[in-house]
Write a protein of this length. Structure first.
Length: 141
């Protein structure tokens, strides 16, 4: 740490440069390792001669947030579903329903669609019209 100095008139002048030593990647790894071993923030700070706030900041920066993200997504799921219903493509609807377990993923599902066209010379009521098959519901084909 840099110490304050006196100028020509004997006045104290602030130290030049930072009054702390920057953390290295090795310092961060050590802090996280000690925390994983069960040491308290205070014990880590004392062992590494760092401030308690530095230890806290490192541990919070690298804390896993997967559970928090899952809770936030679960809380917003109704709003997301409404948005998909209003603005999404059919494949988005299918993917969402499958993801929520509302629609089972059945790769062998066949969907048949009969298309009727009324033009002179064609049979009535769809007789003899081709059937279009789709490999699975919600596919891009």
């Amino acid at each position: 740490m840099a110490e304050p100095t006196k100028d020509e008139a004997g006045q104290l002048q602030p130290a030049e440069g930072p009054s702390y030593k920057r953390l290295t990647d090795a310092d961060r790894i050590t802090i996280l390792h000690l925390h994983d071993e069960g040491l308290s923030y205070t014990a880590i700070a004392q062992r590494l001669k760092r401030s308690l706030s530095t230890i806290h900041d490192v541990i919070q920066t690298y804390a896993p947030t997967t559970d928090l993200a899952k809770r936030k997504l679960a809380a917003a799921s109704q709003r997301m579903a409404e948005n998909i219903i209003e603005n999404g493509q059919p494949r988005d609807h299918v993917a969402t329903l499958k993801g929520l377990g509302v629609l089972a993923d059945d790769s062998g599902l066949k969907l048949q669609i009969a298309v009727g066209v009324s033009l002179p010379g064609l049979p009535e009521r769809g007789e003899g019209l081709p059937i279009v098959s789709v490999n699975s519901l919600g596919s891009d084909s």
